[in-house]
Design a protein around this ligand. Structure first.
Ligand code: ZN
Length: 152
């Protein structure tokens, strides 16, 4: 396992605990499998084959429930594709699409989680609106360009 994936796995386990979820061996294993294939859309069959080979029979029925739980927590997303059926994909740290782009140098940066939380909170306070898709792009002047040209 590459170190980045290891870190991610630890972060997700910490996140599960923060949501008062018990980190059971089937959940841990399922999470690892999803992370190891985070660039692919997984079918339920692939997931069950892997889990079935690793787990006692009694634990296999937990696969669906755990997938549902992970989806509810925003760790994965499931979508039905024509001709493919339902597919599961890792989305946890990818769903925030905040970018801020400098008009002068064109540099694009991804907004971080703190920004996301504040926008989400403000949207709720001001408009009573929740669970919005917060994909947004801000255009402006980056700190470097402002330093070089203070009027920007
Ligand atoms: Zn710039």
């Amino acid at each position: 396992m590459i170190p980045g994936a290891m870190k991610k796995h630890q972060d997700l386990l910490a996140f599960l605990r923060s949501q008062k979820m018990r980190v059971t061996p089937p959940r841990r294993l399922l999470l690892q499998f999803i992370l190891d294939h985070s660039n692919r859309r997984l079918s339920i069959r692939e997931i069950q084959e892997f889990m079935g080979a690793q787990l006692r029979k009694a634990d296999r029925s937990s696969v669906y429930r755990n997938l549902e739980t992970f989806e509810r927590l925003g760790i994965i997303q499931s979508l039905s594709f024509p001709g493919e059926g339902r597919r599961y994909q890792y989305v946890f740290d990818r769903k925030v699409r905040h970018f801020y782009i400098c008009r002068s140098c064109g540099k694009a940066n991804r907004g971080d989680e703190r920004l996301f939380r504040r926008v989400e909170a403000a949207l709720k306070d001001i408009h009573g609106f929740a669970k919005a898709n917060l994909s947004v792009v801000f255009y402006g002047a980056c700190s470097k360009c402002r330093k070089n040209s203070p009027t920007a």
